[in-house]
Design a protein around this ligand. Structure first.
Ligand code: FES
Ligand SMILES: [Fe+2]
Length: 340
């Protein structure tokens, strides 16, 4: 919890690295969720995430630790630990201390790898994952482009960023966009989906205005994975990755892919424009100065032109242990779906 946000950090799967930032045999220090962790990749390619402190005599595994096969080796006395935190070797001992023989003694955290991203499961009470990261087929489709990635760090929290999508009134004032229809929204447990379809006038390849059907499909899968599929003149997919660094700081990563439109073609230029807009004032960078300074009001003063902000908050409340404000075990029920 922080001065600006009354909620704690939400639990869920969060991006802590891109896959290609961690080669086999690499060891990296990462700091998210207000804690230091050590990320490594074994010789066979599996990612692992541990606490930094060697249980032997407390050396920091992220400063001089090395990967040996499927284990990480502490720099101090060369004890080795596997991905589950179990000792695999003490080079100078006759036997592993019996109380930890075959049992985890180095702190480890759940981790998985999908969509070119290494995801860590954060839970303040260390409960195991109760849902999965969802795979997006476009990221492994050879007909879709290489990933195009952008990254920002600023003072905010995951809920504030997610809530922006239902704050329909701000699109005009921050993003200089016409009213953005909310579309059909469904809530199913930890997943929220919204679907917008409508006509839009665009300038076509011949330089003429043309009315086309466009679509925006958004899926939020817990607090740390969201994606948007844009369709119309061009198609593109944006995976939004929001990770709390601490209670008042987030990393936001945008990862795009799109069909391989020929370089220099009209559609290629159009998709580049779409991406620039989604990053820029008409998208994320329009919001950052507001997010970076705003406060989360538990009881905002809303009017009839505002979007379904409180309904969204009831959905997001399920990602906080004990509810967002720490005074309720809050899981939204299906009965609430109809109300705002
Ligand atoms: S402190 Fe790590 S092996 Fe001794
Ligand atoms: Fe916005």
């Amino acid at each position: 919890m922080s001065k600006r946000f009354p909620m704690p950090m939400p639990f869920g799967w969060f991006c802590i690295s891109y896959s290609d930032e961690l080669a086999a045999g690499a060891v990296r220090n990462v700091r998210y969720f207000e804690r230091d962790m050590v990320l490594f990749r074994t010789a066979s390619g599996k990612p692992a995430l541990t606490g930094p402190v060697c249980p032997h005599l407390g050396a920091h595994l992220g400063h001089g630790g090395t990967v040996q096969g499927e284990s990480i080796r502490c720099p101090f006395h060369h004890w080795q630990f596997d991905r589950d935190g179990i000792i695999t070797d003490i080079p100078y001992a006759q036997r592993i201390p019996p109380k930890v023989d075959g049992k985890p003694c180095l702190k480890t955290y759940p981790v998985c790898e999908k969509n070119g991203v290494i995801w860590a499961w954060y839970h303040p009470e260390e409960l195991p994952p109760d849902f999965e990261v969802l795979e997006l087929a476009e990221f492994s489709d050879p007909d879709w482009s290489e990933r195009d990635r952008y990254e920002w760090r600023f003072g905010s929290c995951p809920q504030e960023i997610a809530e922006n999508g239902v704050d329909v009134a701000h699109f005009k004032y921050i993003h200089q966009m016409d009213a953005v229809p909310l579309g059909e929204t469904t809530y199913e447990g930890h997943i929220r989906r919204s679907r917008v379809r409508g006509p839009r006038t665009v300038v076509n390849e011949a330089g003429e205005p043309e009315v086309i059907e466009y679509g925006i499909d958004v899926v939020q899968n817990g607090a740390g994975q969201k994606w948007t599929r844009f369709s119309g003149l061009v198609d593109y997919l944006l995976q939004v990755l929001v990770t709390p660094v601490d209670a008042e700081t987030v990393d936001v990563r945008f990862v795009y892919t799109h069909p391989r439109y020929p370089e220099g073609s009209f559609r290629h230029r159009a998709v580049r424009d779409g991406i620039a807009n989604t990053n820029g004032q008409r998208g994320l960078e329009g919001d950052i100065p507001i997010w970076h300074n705003k406060f989360h009001l538990r009881e905002p003063l809303l009017c009839d032109g505002d979007g379904p902000i409180m309904r969204f908050r009831r959905y997001f409340a399920q990602f906080y242990v004990g509810g967002p404000y720490g005074d309720e075990r809050s899981i939204p029920s299906d009965l609430e779906v109809a109300s705002n």
